[in-house]
Design a protein around this ligand. Sequence first.
Ligand code: HEM
Length: 141
Amino acid sequence: MLYVWLQAFHLISIVTWFAALFYLPRLYVYHAMAEDEISLERFKVMERKLYRGIMNPSAIVAVGLGLTLLALNPAWLTQGWMHVKLALVALLIAYHLYCGRILRTFAEDRNERSHKWYRVFNELPVLVLVPVVILAVVKPF
Ligand code: HEM
């Protein structure tokens, strides 16, 4: 019973984590195109609040609950899909932390990348989302 409740909240935190993972780089796209002072300052506030208020807490809850599920059922660690899933989650955490580095470059007015670069960067989380959900639900190997 506890297990399925933890699973439900694991999924809820993944939804909010991905909402932020898709929206923050989208803000970077518009921030990289902005030129007037009011817009630049407004993007800084939106990005900081999204990163600290939604993205970090969601990631901590999603990973924390995932590890708790693993602790309750360590047998998952003997399955191949879980190894691949954990490797992809490690890439997602690296992407998350890189978003934090970009946040600082914008906060200090040091961004030199184009909006096109951020548009491509914005698509990367989907390359983790699709395989990880398939692995976790289908458990193919
Ligand atoms: C270190 C991070 C994570 C760990 C240790 C972890 C571990 C787990 C475990 C043990 C389960 C239960 C599997 C079951 O009982 O069927 C689970 C379920 C699930 N996880 Fe994660 N997870 C992590 C991160 C993620 C991420 C980032 C995603 C999405 C991108 C994700 C997607 C899912 C899904 C969709 C399920 C539901 C599977 C089902 O109900 O059949 N997990 N996770």
